[in-house]
Design a protein around this ligand. Sequence first.
Ligand SMILES: Cc1cc2nc3c(=O)[nH]c(=O)nc-3n(C[C@H](O)[C@H](O)[C@H](O)COP(=O)(O)O)c2cc1C
Length: 326
Amino acid sequence: MNLATNYLGLKLRSPFIVGASPFCDDVHHALQLQDAGAGALVMRSLFEEQIENDPAAQHTPSADPTRPEANYPEFADYQLSPEQYLKQLRHLRKTLTIPVIASLNGHRPGHWIDFAEQLQEAGAAAIELNFYQVVTDPAIAADDIESEMLHTVRELAAAVSIPIAVKLSPFHTSLAQLALALELEGAAGVVLFNRFYQPDIDPEELDVQPQLRLSDPGELLLRLRWLAILSPQLRGSIAATGGIHTSAAVAKAILAGAHAVQLVSVLLRQGPHILSAINRDLQTWMVHHGFADLESFRGRLNLRRCPDAVAFERANYVRVMQSWKI
Ligand SMILES: Cc1cc2nc3c(=O)[nH]c(=O)nc-3n(C[C@H](O)[C@H](O)[C@H](O)COP(=O)(O)O)c2cc1C
């Protein structure tokens, strides 16, 4: 059974990527995941704020009037400093045989982009760029945000020769146009989707509760829809992240057009060994359906053969709304 896939121009032995998370902080965990069948791993993100305020860096931190009052972690509170990140990346590269992808998390152009060159030198096979931003200022237009994103990708692509994947939020007005524009600026692929940190409210304490929630399987549906829409239109790669917990979810994402799937929550909950079971069960499913490799079914259920995808989506919506009877 051939599980090999091409993601960002990298030849991966399987479509299972360990998504950005603390797993790469410890090389033993990374090795366990490699042994369980992972095709690649993504390191946790280094943040724009962290790189720009690195006391060891040569440049002057960028002036940002919002930062003094914002409650960012102290430099020492980040799990890995930029220097430690490079050291860990080199260590992972020496120990593992599968590609290691570095992750940068930012939201606009700046000095932090220069750090990508060091990630490349330290052996990163690719860079995943996570755009995380919650836009709350009504004076900022959607176009301004997207222009900055495109500018950032252009600068990053000029700084390195390794491929760049952009981890996107689903909350863009015209996601298809943005994804195509990112490709034109040099992105080799997109990762669908970033999950937003969503604080809850405690009605008894009358307080806001910060929380990191692991995903639930229902989150996959939004990814499936956009994989199906974007996969016929993009020339580069697409990875799915969010709610992939089983081999059935992996099969669905590939049927919708994914080149690779990223897993985090299921590995945190059940441990690295669950990846072997997902790997085995995907192969059993492929045998059952007569698929010898991933290309035999990748994108089989995307919207390539749909002549009017907008009408198709709207018609399905109208039909579903009519289906519930009391
Ligand atoms: C503990 C934890 C740490 C994470 N750290 C990062 C990170 O540093 N950078 C990033 O882009 N995503 C990060 N993520 C998001 C994951 O990479 C992934 O996109 C998300 O958890 C959805 O996938 P899942 O449903 O398999 O968990 C983190 C998620 C968790 C649970």
